[in-house]
Design a protein around this ligand. Structure first.
Ligand SMILES: Cc1ncc(COP(=O)(O)O)c(C=O)c1O
Length: 394
């Protein structure tokens, strides 16, 4: 009954204080000891712990190479360089993601072309990729958004047909599976954030993973000048650059982060399995509630939601007579669920950074500084972002 809703003055449905239900990541004495060891040895800027963490990570990912970075932003930047994205090149990227899936391409002289997301997965919609491909397209950046695996079979098929590289940004989905395959290892290269807000949280840090020696070598030469990494370079044409700071970046991981990472990786799969159990239970309870649909892979399938980063629900206004998601979430908050809000990341094609901002003084927006055409024209094509605000945080 309308009168009974808290938003209309009725009693709140949720009256207990949730308290401190959930603190993440789980930090134990083992993490503390690992960090203290780095400090006591004055090894913060070294590479010994980081090299071991890279070994742990590549084994856990099931891929040949893992290269640790100071952030996910840096790892994605290096992945773009490793895929030879350069002046005038285009990358296709979903508009609904964090800016660091795309913006680094400016530093390479390239530009992002934004594509639509699928309304159920919230990841890049394969149907919206192909007509955005031009002869300057170099790569597709896939984001496994809020833990949900993207439709990799379709995306890989398109990429193969057009000879494009695929970069997986798995910052929201470390450890997740797509049809039994580890996210980050399906494309040519995977890159992830490992910062404290993520499921796999080690402090500030990022990781690049690949099975491709040239991609690995290019990522090294871009931001890792230390001998421990450069001596692994095997690509002939890169050998003459060893010792030169080719990317002009210093992207090495801080060893206090690597130390935490070495401990976290031992327990990550067990801990995230518990999260998945709890989240699936939560969504099972909400099954059939009008207006709401779980943002999740089918339970008991060989794909999963990994650490279920930033849980979202899908909102279906048509099942509630067109009630806006803003109003719906207001009502849920009034009932005592303070965290319930509409939306997610703002669509990148609407950001000033990708429209008007002239970062380097080209006398025109950076997004079109090196392009032969105005890639912004494509932003409005077809249905781009008609699907905004069809989901909510829980
Ligand atoms: C999808 C995505 N990509 C990249 C990043 C950047 O990672 P970092 O903050 O470690 O630089 C983030 C968030 O931080 C993210 O959510």
């Amino acid at each position: 009954m309308k009168e009974e809703l808290a938003i209309f003055g009725g009693p709140k449905a949720v009256r207990t204080d949730p308290g401190d239900m959930f603190v993440w990541p789980i930090i134990t004495k083992e993490d503390e000891d690992a960090v203290l060891d780095v400090l006591h040895r004055r090894a913060m800027s070294g590479t010994d712990v980081t090299k071991l963490f890279e070994k742990d990570f590549s084994k856990w990912q099931g891929c040949e190479f893992a290269l640790a970075f100071s952030s996910g932003t840096a790892a994605i930047h290096a992945a773009m360089f490793a895929c030879k994205v350069g002046i005038g090149d285009e990358i296709i990227v979903p508009s609904i993601t964090y800016w660091a899936s795309a913006a680094q391409v400016f530093s390479l002289g390239g530009t992002p072309v934004f594509a639509e997301i699928d309304p159920d997965t919230l990841c890049l919609d394969p149907k919206d990729i192909e007509y955005r491909i031009t002869k300057r397209t170099k790569a597709i950046v896939v984001v496994h958004y809020c833990g949900h695996p993207a439709d990799m079979d379709s995306i890989m098929e398109i990429a193969k047909r057009h000879n494009l590289k695929v970069i997986e940004d798995f910052s929201h989905a470390q450890g997740g599976l797509y049809k039994g395959r580890k996210l980050g290892t399906i494309g040519d290269v995977g890159a992830t954030s490992l910062m404290t807000g993520k499921s796999f949280a080690i402090g500030e840090g990022g990781m690049l993973v690949t099975n491709n020696q040239e991609i690995y070598d290019r990522a090294i030469i871009f931001g890792h000048h230390d001998g421990a990494h450069t001596r692994e370079i095997e690509t002939e044409y890169l050998k003459e650059y060893i010792g030169l700071p080719m990317g002009r970046y210093k992207f090495r991981m801080h060893q206090m982060s690597s130390a935490v990472g070495r401990v976290q990786i031992k327990y990550y799969d067990t801990r995230t399995a518990e999260l998945r159990k709890a989240m699936n239970y939560f969504w099972d309870l909400l099954e059939g509630v009008p207006g709401l649909k779980a943002h999740r892979t089918p339970p008991n399938s060989d794909s999963n939601m990994a650490g279920w980063y930033a849980p979202h629900g899908l909102y279906r206004a048509e099942e509630l007579g067109g009630l806006s998601v803003t109003r719906f979430t207001e009502a849920v908050r009034a009932e005592g669920v303070a965290a319930c809000r509409p939306g997610c990341n703002a669509a990148l094609h609407t950001h000033g950074l990708f429209n008007t901002c002239d970062i380097y003084g080209h006398g025109k927006p950076t997004r079109i500084a090196n392009s032969k055409w105005d890639v912004r024209e494509n932003d409005g094509r077809d249905s781009l972002f008609a699907r905004l605000y069809t989901h909510l945080c829980i």
